[in-house]
Design a protein around this ligand. Structure first.
Ligand code: ZN
Length: 381
């Protein structure tokens, strides 16, 4: 007998999919069950640090043009055995506690239950697309959008990403760009600092200029940023800074990792030029200094136009205007990769995700399942 949405969430939570663990075993198990539910299932294999991973695409209702894609990720953030949110879920009368209950195995269970409840009366196909490695850089979503043929015909489909939004329709969030800058100088004995090329001096100049850039971006955001975001413009952070190896050696190496969260209106090429200008100035100020620049991550900002029927349908169904969230999702990767309208909308609150006592409300799971079932009626019925 099938479990209900809560029992299904508990089963998904009981499989460890935190960073460093595999998802492939879970994907293969789910593939077997979804085939038994009548889906045509495709698994896209992946691997990270020796751990076998997998994306799962389950198609219900044949191979015609799909109406709705329900998307989510299988991985979670890390957990510790001595905290409440582990892979052993606990429930009370109102809440289900456990790692991934809220972000976002509860949403996967709600999507699964909804599509099975409607499987017999789909006039257009519906898809589940569940990915690995979202929490550590959207690895699975990037692999899936690189091979969209796996989904079959989704040209006319709409997509819902089930991240926890308190079931509010989310149509925007900022992007995520990570740039590592390593400055290379020449070491020397600290008794004669002029004999070397001090990378820490270049770093100091670079940090000053990066923080000037941050203030410029702030002013620009206040003047013509996107009021849906708080703060309204592109932000910059220098969260990881290091230099040198010993107190009596002139530092030959200094490093800063720059995190930028650009709004959709931000011109990416122009932002990179301004970053590059800061780096070039630092190098010019310290003769002999050389910079090595690496883009570690580049994830685009999400901005789904309001005109899409999906947005209007959700606003009406939920009685809630669409808005923005401060966290990153796979939504824009799907919007660009599949060419479908995408809205992020799922049960649970982001405030209860990633916590040591992560939880989702039992009524939130039921409401999520009901929303996805209604969406199937609207877009596949
Ligand atoms: Zn998530």
């Amino acid at each position: 007998m099938r479990a209900d949405v809560v029992g299904l969430t508990e089963r998904l939570v009981a499989v460890d999919t935190a960073p460093g663990s595999a998802t492939r075993g879970l994907v293969e198990q789910l593939a077997t069950e979804l085939r038994a539910d009548g889906a045509e299932v495709r698994v896209q294999l992946g691997e990270l640090d020796g751990q076998p991973q997998g994306n799962l695409v389950a198609r219900f209702g044949g191979d015609g043009p799909a109406g709705l894609l329900l998307a989510g990720h299988l991985d979670t953030v890390p957990w510790q055995a001595d905290q409440r949110a582990t892979i052993t879920p606990e429930r009370d009368a109102r809440r289900l506690y456990g790692r991934g209950t809220c972000d976002m195995k509860g949403a996967l269970a709600a999507q699964w239950e909804a599509v099975v409840s409607r499987a017999g009366r789909l006039r257009r196909p519906a898809l589940l697309a569940w990915t690995w490695g979202e929490e550590i850089g959207c690895h699975g979503a990037k692999a899936l959008t690189a091979d969209p043929a796996l989904l079959g015909d989704v040209r006319d489909a709409v997509a819902l990403v089930g991240e926890p939004t308190d079931l509010r329709p989310i149509t925007a969030h900022k992007g995520y760009l990570i740039v590592r800058v390593v400055l290379h100088g020449e070491p020397a004995h600290s008794s004669d600092p002029w004999a070397g090329t001090d990378a820490s001096v270049g770093l100091a100049i670079l940090l000053r200029d990066l923080h000037e850039l941050r203030e410029s971006l702030r002013r620009e955001g206040r003047e013509h940023g996107d009021a849906r975001h708080q703060p309204p413009g592109t932000t910059l952070n220098t969260g990881l800074v290091s230099a040198g190896t010993a107190r009596n050696v002139v530092p030959e190496r200094a490093e800063v990792v720059v995190e930028l969260r650009p709004v959709a209106e931000q011109d990416g090429a122009e932002l990179r030029r301004r970053l590059r200008a800061c780096i070039d100035l630092a190098c010019a100020a310290v003769p002999g200094l050389r910079a090595e620049v690496e883009e570690v991550e580049d994830n685009p900002a999400f901005d789904q136009p309001h005109a899409a029927r999906l947005v209007q349908w959700l606003e009406e169904r939920l009685g809630s205007p669409s808005g923005a969230v401060p966290f990153y999702t796979e939504a824009e990767l799907y919007r660009r990769g599949f060419g479908t309208p995408v809205v992020v909308c799922g049960p649970g609150s982001i405030a209860n995700a990633h916590r040591v006592d992560e939880w989702v409300g039992l009524d939130e799971l039921a409401a999520g399942q009901a929303l996805y079932a209604d969406a199937l009626d609207a877009f596949c019925g």
